[in-house]
Design a protein around this ligand. Structure first.
Ligand SMILES: Nc1ncnc2c1ncn2[C@@H]1O[C@H](COP(=O)(O)OP(=O)(O)OP(=O)(O)O)[C@@H](O)[C@H]1O
Ligand SMILES: [Mg+2]
Length: 225
């Protein structure tokens, strides 16, 4: 479970990226984070990842207060979090297989185990035929599939996606959302997005942010800009 308890994040010069934000996200929930630019979506994802610390309040992930100065197991926790970005962040000098295997290499796994697991996620995202392709040979949609496969590889219980379809056309956007749908109920999925069409048609929980405040928390929500 992910718990935000009256979380605020202030930047120098008094800029409040988040003010008193409180919510819980249960294991295996599917949640959209929405709100106009600057609302605080990326800040929330970075707080869950432990990349940022709140100025006040607490961020609890899997019963551990990661916002506490005493918390020392961030590296361990991050092994269970997969991250997907708008600009894919795949490595140009590695083929699809190696890009996906990257997260597994740092874990102590046999070559066979790695091969098996990469094969499984590549088939899930529909890229099993392209494992030897390099990023320059792939379309944007395919690059995002690689990034999602990488985020899923290993024992990732939480998937954080920051505007994952921001660089994709509408059809490819839906193909990518279908992948997230395939894995729903198996992992916690949090997607920050501006895409109202997706949010309105998927009828998932929606957290609406405005200028750092949590404006609405809707089950099966819709959203208007
Ligand atoms: N390093 C920083 N220093 C100062 N202010 C920052 C910093 N990072 C973010 N902010 C501010 O915090 C607020 C929230 O930013 P955040 O990136 O979380 O918004 P967002 O909802 O992800 O926006 P977008 O949709 O444009 O990605 C913004 O007003 C932003 O200017
Ligand atoms: Mg953002």
């Amino acid at each position: 479970m992910i718990q935000f308890d009256t979380v605020s994040k202030l930047y120098p010069l008094g800029n409040a990226a988040l003010s008193d934000v409180t919510f819980n996200i249960e294991d295996n929930e599917f949640v959209f984070l929405v709100g106009t630019s600057g609302a605080g979506k990326t800040t929330i994802l970075n707080l869950i990842l432990g990349d940022l610390y709140p100025t006040s309040g607490s961020v609890i992930v899997d019963d551990q207060d990661i916002s506490s100065k005493k918390y020392t197991k961030l590296e361990e926790l991050r092994k269970h979090i997969g991250v997907v970005f708008q600009d894919f962040k795949v490595l140009q000098d590695k083929d699809v297989f190696e890009n996906v295997a990257l997260g597994l290499r740092i874990q102590d796994l046999s070559k066979n185990k790695i091969r098996e697991e990469v094969k499984e996620v590549l088939s899930l995202v529909g890229l099993e035929d392209k494992k030897q392709h390099f990023p320059v040979q792939l379309s944007a949609g395919e690059l995002q599939r690689v990034a999602i496969a990488r985020a899923l590889c290993g024992d990732r219980r939480i998937i954080l996606a920051d505007e994952p379809t921001g660089n994709l056309d509408p059809k490819t956007t839906w193909d990518i959302m279908k992948i997230f749908k395939k894995i729903e109920h198996e992992r916690t999925i949090i997607i920050a997005t501006h895409n109202t069409d997706i949010v309105n048609s998927m009828k998932k929980r929606v957290l609406v942010l405005k200028q750092g405040k949590l404006l609405k928390d809707m089950q099966k929500g819709g959203y208007e800009l």
